[in-house]
Design a protein around this ligand. Structure first.
Ligand SMILES: Nc1ncnc2c1ncn2[C@@H]1O[C@H](COP(=O)(O)OP(=O)(O)OP(=O)(O)O)[C@@H](O)[C@H]1O
Length: 451
């Protein structure tokens, strides 16, 4: 995910769970301009009167409940009142999705369900910032995309770029397959940017994040009164993408019932808003993506074959980074120059052994992992040459790439801490500095995880 706005954003995290605050702050510290954490929501009014934040991440549930479950909504209202220009993202547990939906109606930009996936968290934050930035501009412009270049000179990538050039101008639906972090999002945007629809909206939906009742309302919209909280008509993503491209990400995560509803909309080329009987014709090009083994899911009856046939008029498979040969070197040079400029440092050179280390490593998190590894290295290095030991591979990426079930917060945190402490040969001061937490906080975690 490109995170141009996020890099410049100031962020406030509000949660009374210190572990959540630390983990999120650790992630966001390198992805944003500044992060501030607040454990006690009661301090919000004073804080917001003093400081301005581009983004506020607000937990919905607080232990010291003033208001039995609704305190998240109460604090949301306070933030909206005291800091109307901040985008607010709610953090919630699965059980509280209804509450979060109410939060959306009260002006929150989006919500995240715990446990979150880091790349999705970053994508949601970026999207919230994009929407906030374009709040004053005509809505259709809000969706226009910045396509990033798809770098790589390996045979596989050259072939892929050629295919993309060929297929982009057509209206054919495209299914993009590939592991996490291989560039599926980049490819989807590129296809749109090179198509005849490029002046029209590009609308991305993370289907993995839409639970049962949200799916229909998000995709097809609803009319006032369709369900208890539907206080006004709302268009869905299909209508928002009218004339343009609808990017259905994580399509492999869609339950069968929802696959049927999607298939019907694609076959009929019209949708019906929830609570209405009036069909609305939609003209959208569908680009979908997944890292799931879609054809295996068909064999085990978890994915509809007829839906695949609707989606895969053209199918593109992104090779994992470990199969792209010298592209690792080329991408590494690109990211080093990019982050050196960003952090105002001279571009470090890669020592031969360091390059070999990159080439030997499997990169389960693919290009995203390479990118994060080099960003960390640029931030940390005090020399003009990167050595193998400057390249710290992140257990977070490894865990993310192997699926959501391994992304439990505690495991990620434990793994990260272990790596960083090892890297600094047990020097707690240095490790705490790199992790962005105090020495005391690090000691507490070492005790907690028995490290
Ligand atoms: N070929 C490439 N050239 C330059 N940057 C790339 C390339 N491929 C991926 N990236 C960068 O790597 C990161 C991850 O890419 P992207 O989000 O497109 O992956 P993805 O396959 O959609 O991941 P996921 O499956 O986790 O959603 C992004 O920052 C993107 O800009």
């Amino acid at each position: 995910m490109p995170t141009q706005l996020l890099k410049k954003a100031t962020v406030l995290l509000v949660d009374d769970d210190a572990d959540v605050l630390t983990s999120m702050a650790m992630l966001l510290r390198t992805e944003t301009k500044a992060v501030r954490t607040e454990k006690n929501p009661e301090r919000l009014p004073a804080l917001l009167r003093k400081e301005r934040f581009d983004l506020v991440l607000l937990d919905m549930n607080y232990q010291s409940s003033v208001n039995t479950g609704n305190e998240g909504l109460y604090w949301l209202q306070q933030v909206r009142k005291l800091s109307p220009t901040s985008a607010v993202l709610l953090i919630t547990a699965y059980a509280d999705i209804d509450l979060a939906v109410r939060g959306l109606k009260d002006g929150a930009s989006d919500f995240l369900v715990k446990p979150w996936r880091n790349n999705k968290l970053l994508a949601s934050l970026e999207e919230a910032l994009t929407r906030r930035q374009s709040a004053d501009t005509p809505p259709r412009q809000a969706f226009q995309v910045d396509a990033l270049p798809l770098l790589g000179e390996s045979e596989a990538m050259q072939g892929l770029r050629y295919k993309i050039e060929k297929i982009s101008p057509t209206d054919a639906n495209v299914l993009i397959l590939g592991e996490n972090g291989t560039g599926k999002d980049v490819v989807a945007r590129l296809i749109h940017a090179q198509s005849a629809r490029s002046a029209e909206p590009f609308v991305a939906v993370d289907l993995g994040a839409l639970t049962g009742s949200l799916f229909e309302s998000e995709l097809f919209g609803h009319v006032k009164g369709a369900f208890t909280d539907a206080q006004q008509d709302r268009i869905g993503r299909f209508e928002a993408a009218q004339g343009g491209t609808l990017f259905l990400d994580e399509i492999g995560n869609l339950p069968l019932g929802q696959q049927t509803k999607l298939l019907t909309a694609l076959q009929n080329r019209h949708i019906t808003r929830l609570g209405s009987h009036t069909p609305i014709a939609v003209d959208v090009r569908i680009v979908s993506a997944t890292n799931a083994p879609l054809y295996q899911l068909v064999q085990t009856n978890q994915f509809r074959k007829d839906l695949i046939y609707r989606l895969n008029t053209i199918e593109l498979t992104l090779p994992p980074l470990r199969e792209r040969g010298n592209d690792i070197r080329l991408l590494a040079a690109h990211f080093l120059a990019h982050y050196a400029e960003k952090y105002g440092k001279p571009t470090p050179k890669l020592e031969g052994r360091a390059l070999a280390r990159l080439q030997d490593y499997g990169f389960p998190g693919n290009v995203r992992e390479l990118q994060h590894t080099l960003e960390r290295a640029v931030i940390m290095t005090e020399s003009d040459t990167l050595r193998p030991e400057d390249l710290l591979f992140s257990p977070i990426e490894t865990a993310l790439s192997t699926g959501p079930e391994t992304t439990r917060l505690a495991e990620l945190e434990k793994g990260t801490i272990q790596k960083v402490v090892d890297k600094h040969h047990g020097n707690i001061t240095k490790a705490a500095k790199e992790l962005g937490i105090t020495r005391m906080a690090l000691y507490r975690r070492l005790g907690k995880y028995d490290l």
